[in-house]
Design a binder for this molecule. Structure first.
Ligand SMILES: C[S@@+](CC[C@H](N)C(=O)[O-])C[C@H]1O[C@@H](n2cnc3c(N)ncnc32)[C@H](O)[C@@H]1O
Length: 315
């Protein structure tokens, strides 16, 4: 399907933008250059700062979840692309009991290949004495799993997660970083509902567009269309209300949507000052517009009062 190919190709963009920002010094990630080539074009400071806020904002919530659960938990990274979070957490001593990266098989087969062939990626997914299982699309390590599945096909997702040994009674955090917008709302809603139906204690972090019905949002849609990439899930990204309701209508107990300008203000300010000195920003207004059109939404169901209500962006 052509639109799936377009969604798949957005992974190249995301991973190259991350590599570019890492090489400029925005944050540290020794693994991204093992998964993606050097970007050929120059990226503006606005794009780099946007990626910085995205990566740091998601990490801020994820680390709170890992500390709240003392890593007795699972991380399921939906539409993971070439994301390196598992390796970074492992280096920090924050690896969960089980970490699953999921994407279309076209993407996971490439990631499998890179993991197999790069020693510093491979050695983090194996435990001494325990063999890992790798086929063309899937990889099963000691506490890391990479599986190819279409997130619109919930039967496939269900059986793949069972093969990974995912325990539906263990606290589980789901990450979706720029993913749900590539699915029609009926499919992303079914996915969100499936999670609350199947997992006892769950937390969800969603990074994606918001305010897509204004002029700037329309320009973003047109730019992507020009690159043959449509956004079938844009109706959930119209405003903060539509972003909140997608969770509250699918069994989540609580949901909050934080626009990226606010996330930016909540990040550790000493580090923000450091990155603001990396490159001269000509137009602050453009950065503000860009940040205003993305958000981090988070939602949870916490029937056993593990303390998910304490996870937030309070500085
Ligand atoms: C913009 S990329 C983001 C990758 C990664 N989350 C990141 O932020 O670096 C979107 C990813 O979602 C994946 N994706 C979109 N729709 C999907 C679906 N129905 N099933 C599986 N993966 C999907 C794409 O293949 C792509 O890797």
């Amino acid at each position: 399907m052509a639109s799936d190919d377009a969604a798949i190709s957005t992974n190249d963009d995301a991973s190259q933008c991350k590599r570019y920002a890492v090489e400029k010094g925005y944050w540290t990630d020794p693994y991204i250059s093992l998964l993606t080539g050097r970007p050929t074009n120059i990226h503006t400071p606005e794009i780099n700062r946007g990626y910085y806020a995205r990566v740091k904002g998601i990490r801020l919530l994820l680390e709170q979840f890992l500390r709240t659960t003392k890593c007795e938990c699972q991380v399921i990274n939906l539409g993971a692309g070439f994301d390196t979070t598992f390796w970074l957490l492992k280096d920090q001593g924050l690896a969960p009991k089980c970490f699953v990266d999921i994407d279309f098989p076209t993407v996971t087969s490439k990631k499998c290949h890179f993991i197999k062939s790069r020693k510093s990626l491979l050695q983090k997914v194996i435990n001494k004495g325990i063999d890992i299982k790798i086929d063309k699309y899937d990889l099963h390590g000691s506490n890391y799993h990479l599986v190819g599945a279409n997130l619109r096909n919930l039967n496939e997702l269900d059986s793949k997660l069972s093969i990974c040994g995912v325990d539906r009674n263990l606290p589980t955090i789901f990450l979706a970083e720029c993913v749900l917008i590539y699915m029609e709302v009926k499919h992303s809603s079914a996915l969100l509902q499936w999670i609350t139906d199947n997992f006892m204690s769950a937390f969800f972090i969603n990074y994606e567009q918001v305010h897509m019905n204004d002029k700037f949002g329309q320009i973003m849609i047109d730019n992507l269309k020009a690159r043959q990439c449509s956004l079938p899930g844009v109706m959930a990204c119209i405003n903060v209300k539509s972003q909140t309701e997608r969770f509250l209508n699918t069994g989540w107990q609580y949901a909050d949507i934080i626009e990226m300008n606010h996330v930016y203000e909540c990040l550790p300010q000493a580090d923000v000052q450091r990155i603001e000195n990396l490159e001269f920003l000509d137009e602050r207004e453009l950065l503000d517009q860009l940040l205003a059109h993305y958000c981090i939404g988070y939602a949870y169901k916490d029937p056993n009062s593990i303390g998910f209500h304490k996870i937030n962006f309070s500085p």
